[in-house]
Design a protein around this ligand. Structure first.
Ligand code: NI
Length: 163
């Protein structure tokens, strides 16, 4: 298992729902947590390891990792906040992204059990970033023009179709 980088078409696909729960999925989720930690990341989505399916893991530093399978964001706050993001699939790039301050998410865990979570702060931020990955969206797509202009050359090299 390794992290794929921007330019790989899998990062631009709309991921499909998970239909098969069981040991294979659990093991993949466990391996994703290990890989995420190794890379000092706080979130990792299946497309980032080349699997175009709807699941991701997140871990706020100092807390337990959480796995989300077939997640749905069912509510977002009207209030938005700016926060600097980066991504393991977009090396060396960081930038401010505006997103809702809090979200309510519904998902299935590694055991196939449905749960709901109200998240704010850093957790809400990570969840929204990872959820974007399932729809083929990268945080650089959400940068404001001012920040985007600084990295446009890099992005066009990675994704010539941007031009
Ligand atoms: Ni990312």
């Amino acid at each position: 298992m390794k992290v794929v980088r921007i330019g790989d078409p899998v990062l631009r696909q709309k991921a499909v729902r998970v239909e098969q729960f069981g040991e294979a999925l659990k093991q993949t989720l466990d391996e994703m947590v290990v890989l995420m930690k190794k890379k000092s990341g706080v979130g990792l989505a299946a497309p980032q390891i080349g699997i175009p399916e709807r699941f991701f893991v997140v871990q706020v530093p100092g807390e337990q990792p959480i796995a989300f399978v077939n997640p749905e964001i069912i509510e977002t706050s009207l209030e938005t906040v700016d926060f600097t993001e980066g991504c393991l699939s977009v090396p060396g790039v960081w930038g401010d992204v505006s997103r809702p301050a809090s979200v309510r998410i519904q998902a299935v865990n590694a055991d196939g059990k449905m749960f709901r979570l109200d998240a704010d702060g850093y957790l809400a931020r990570i969840i929204q970033h990872e959820f974007d990955h399932l729809n083929g969206v990268l945080f650089v797509d959400r940068l404001k023009e001012r920040e985007l202009s600084k990295i446009r050359k890099k992005l066009e090299k990675w994704e010539p179709s941007r031009k």
